[in-house]
Design a protein around this ligand. Structure first.
Ligand code: FES
Length: 76
């Protein structure tokens, strides 16, 4: 499995996205339902226009679900 402690930068079409908050999803950065055995829940995000976003992969961002650079403070 690749290191999840980085942002997932992608260009998105308008729509509803479900960001994985628990870190267990195998479809990062999106939810695959793996949180079901935890008390965590995914975050629903409405994207209204096509744009590039940087989803947080490390799950420690202060601006969830988007990367704020906090992953740089984590040990490699
Ligand atoms: S991936 Fe950058 S803050 Fe989490």
């Amino acid at each position: 499995m690749d290191d999840p402690n980085h942002p997932y930068v992608m260009t998105l079409k308008p729509g509803r996205y479900v960001w994985c908050a628990c870190g267990r999803s195998q479809k990062q950065p999106f939810c695959d339902g793996s949180h079901s055995s935890t008390n965590m829940r995914p975050m629903f995000v409405e994207i209204t226009e096509e744009k590039q976003v940087a989803w947080c992969g490390c799950k420690t961002s202060g601006n969830k679900p988007f990367c704020d650079g906090s992953h740089k403070k984590l040990a490699a």
